[in-house]
Design a protein around this ligand. Structure first.
Ligand SMILES: [Zn+2]
Length: 451
């Protein structure tokens, strides 16, 4: 349902996809107080299973954690947050519960804005379970979609209430269907920003090495055709347009820039004309340089960024999504236990992250989740903290920072008028980042998700 619109009271669904017949419902509901009605709906939702969430459009909820992280600065001890319907209506030390409101004590917890992961692939699962090639070529779309449904549920349960999915990797337009299913309340999941199939230079991506044409992990384009493909993907639901600006042409080769600057410029212009932002996979200095000059809004990975490229990125106002967790996960799949000495790839990634911090570029947080398990999204925040970023800055990036990069003005902060997307974690992640793993409550659009 669009933000700000609600069904009329008589038509309001009581659980996802479930409506009681009006006569039966009125006899059943009239005798109840508002609180009893809410409790009964909660109980009903439990009976109906985990996919069923409770709409409590007029319900007020006062949350009383130990402290509140609003999306920037230090957490505020003793603050409370009042939610009414789908919105946050008050935050501070003196907030009182209005008549009829429910008060929820959350001892020992920190309340944060719902976390945002800016780089996931819900249609991928960890590469140590099945290689990327096998997922793209051998797994039927129904299996991949069923996995994506489970991935969306795990993501929300981990406190990530918004994610940007940067391509279905061979699963066609299925992200648009999954997004619709979540928005319609058919299955639980975070708010999705989707990139549809993503766009690669003809012949540059994979799977490769077959004697016949096999399905590719993204849609191919070359020359002026890139504009048609951008528009087609937008028509299929893309909120973001994603290009791969570099890739390895053959096994064992290094990544090389693929699209020409002119191709990227045409594609980015077509996306921007349609009001869509652009994410570009780029690890090489030349791929990054072309993407930034073409007007990319975010650069994904940036592994081999040079000081010159980082300076250009900063000057053009793009953001860098370093996807530390993907590098770490893939290195572990290759046999690294995490023990010293660290492999060269990890040392290089750590150095490139330090250079990005030093250059003062805008960072966004997203681990390329899907390379590793969905629900394990906080791995990126843990690595950002372990690799030198102050905890409060990591928390800012995962909330208000990502919201700003993604152009989402209605979330990422706890203040009146914002979307009531919230997560409570046991402990204080400003002191110990792993507290992000200890999720005790997730609220999306003012609705508690079943746990
Ligand atoms: Zn990715």
């Amino acid at each position: 349902m669009p933000a700000g619109s609600r069904p009329a009271k008589r038509d309001r669904p009581i659980g996802l996809g479930i409506r009681l017949p009006v006569p039966a419902r009125s006899a059943w509901l009239v005798a109840m107080s508002a609180w009893n009605r809410f409790a009964a709906l909660l109980a009903l939702s439990t009976l109906l299973g985990p996919a069923c969430l409770v709409r409590a459009a007029d319900h007020s909820l006062l949350l009383v954690p130990d402290r509140v992280f609003t999306g920037e600065g230090a957490p505020h001890p003793g603050w409370k947050v009042l939610v009414s319907g789908e919105r946050i209506v008050a935050v501070g030390p003196e907030v009182k519960a209005p008549a009829g409101a429910e008060t929820l004590a959350l001892p020992g917890t920190t309340l944060l804005p719902g976390l945002i992961d800016a780089h996931v692939h819900l249609f991928l699962h960890p590469y140590n379970e099945a290689s990327w090639n096998d997922q793209v070529v051998k797994e039927p779309l129904a299996l991949r979609t069923a996995r994506a449904v489970a991935a969306a549920r795990a993501t929300l349960a981990a406190g990530f209430t918004t994610v940007r999915d940067l391509g279905t990797e061979g699963a066609g337009d299925a992200d648009a269907g999954l997004k619709a299913a979540i928005d319609q309340g058919v299955v639980p999941g975070p708010h999705l920003l989707i990139a549809d199939r993503a766009i690669v230079a003809t012949g540059a991506y994979g799977p490769k090495g077959y004697a016949f044409d096999v399905p590719q992990g993204a849609e191919e384009a070359s020359g002026s055709d890139i504009v048609r493909v951008v528009r087609s993907q937008i028509a299929h639901g893309a909120d973001w347009v994603k290009f791969y600006a570099d890739y390895r042409w053959g096994p064992g080769e290094p990544s090389r820039a693929t699209f020409s600057l002119a191709e990227l410029e045409a594609g980015v212009a077509a996306a921007h004309d349609a009001g869509r932002k652009v994410a570009v996979h780029a690890s090489t200095p030349e791929g990054m340089r072309r993407a930034i000059l073409a007007g990319a809004d975010t650069i994904e990975h940036g592994n081999d960024a040079t000081p010159e490229v980082l300076a250009l990125l900063k000057a053009r106002g793009a953001a860098l999504c370093p996807t530390l967790a993907a590098t770490e996960a893939i290195t572990r799949y290759g046999g690294w236990s995490g023990a010293a000495p660290e492999p060269a790839g990890i040392a290089a990634k750590r150095a490139s992250f330090a250079a990005a911090i030093k250059a003062g570029v805008t960072l966004c947080g997203g681990g390329d989740t899907g390379v590793f398990a969905h629900g394990d999204n906080a791995r990126e925040e843990e690595l950002m903290a372990a690799w030198g970023l102050p905890h409060l800055e990591v928390l800012r990036i995962a909330t208000s920072g990502n919201a700003a990069v993604l152009g989402l003005a209605d979330r990422g902060s706890i203040k009146p008028g914002m979307r009531a997307d919230l997560v409570a974690v046991q402990g204080d992640p400003a002191a110990e980042i792993t507290a992000l793993r200890h999720v005790v409550l997730v609220i999306k659009d003012g609705v508690r998700t079943p746990r």
